[in-house]
Design a protein around this ligand. Structure first.
Ligand code: CTP
Ligand SMILES: C[C@](O)(CO)[C@H](O)COP(=O)(O)O
Length: 232
């Protein structure tokens, strides 16, 4: 399938994959395999049919595995720096930024994100929070970080996932300004929102969880069986 007609101009998927995977403890995380396929390969394959090109930021000294429909650049020391380099490595008008560490990306989610992008020029996939939320008691007399401090109302709270979509010029301007001001964010939509941009929230999917800690890998292995049989 070629790039959707909802997007005008060229589009690129930008995949930050240059992390060291410290919390997982299995070496550079993008190359870790789940049911025989790396996290990176799964993420690239999920996005490639929807865009004109895929660019991946890899850790220094590593190479793109053969056969993936993507080109590679060297990432930076932080996720933010890796994404900035990716933005500089493409001329596409629309970009979808997606963590290599989120290998299960349903096609419907990509379609919904692309539709939302037409409206605002900036959108992120996110999940409404389902759990009860509490702030730990740090700073409250008699309590500490292991104690219930205060309840946080969960209405209107969303847990941010990727992919996140932007007009490239909008995201590049947000990155340039953040860099000039020495501001760091954990994601790209946060950079755009901080500078007054309107970011549309697009309902995500629980299966889009980020493989972060060893327990997530067990979950990913279990999910991969159904996913690879086409149950998406
Ligand atoms: N310098 C970095 C750090 C992270 N990432 C990417 O950003 C995504 C989200 O990062 P995270 O899950 O935190 O990965 P790591 O940084 O590898 O994990 P850790 O913090 O446990 O080392 C991942 O796809 C990761 O490869 C990146 O491209 N460049
Ligand atoms: C971009 C992200 O995955 C959205 O939830 C997240 O912010 C990445 O955070 P990390 O600290 O780099 O894992």
């Amino acid at each position: 399938m070629s790039a959707p007609c909802l997007l005008s101009g060229h589009s690129a998927a930008l995949i930050p994959a240059a992390g060291s995977g410290t919390r997982l403890g299995r070496g550079p995380k993008a190359f870790v395999e789940v049911a025989g396929q790396s996290l990176l390969a799964r993420s690239v394959q999920a996005l490639a049919p929807h865009v004109d090109e895929v660019v991946v930021a890899l850790p220094p000294g590593t190479e793109l595995p053969p056969g993936l429909p993507a080109r590679a650049i060297v990432g930076g020391e932080t996720r933010q720096e890796s994404v900035r380099r990716l933005l500089q490595a493409t001329r596409a008008e629309r970009v979808l930024v997606h963590d290599a560490a989120r290998p299960f990306l349903p096609e419907q989610v990509v379609h919904a994100l692309l539709e939302a992008l037409v409206d605002t020029g900036a959108a992120t996939v996110a999940l409404p929070v389902a759990d009860t939320l509490v702030r730990a008691g740090t700073g409250i007399p008699g309590l500490d970080s292991g104690c219930w401090g205060e309840l946080v109302p969960r209405e209107d709270l969303w847990a941010v996932q990727t992919p996140q979509g932007f007009a490239r010029s909008v995201l590049l301007a947000a990155h340039d300004r953040a860099r000039a001001e020495g501001y760091a964010a954990t994601d790209d939509a946060g950079l755009v929102a901080r500078q007054g941009g309107r970011v549309r929230l697009v309902p995500g999917d629980a299966r889009l969880f980020k493989v972060t800690a060893p327990g997530d890998l067990a979950l990913a292995e279990a999910l991969a069986t159904a996913w690879d049989r086409g149950q998406r």
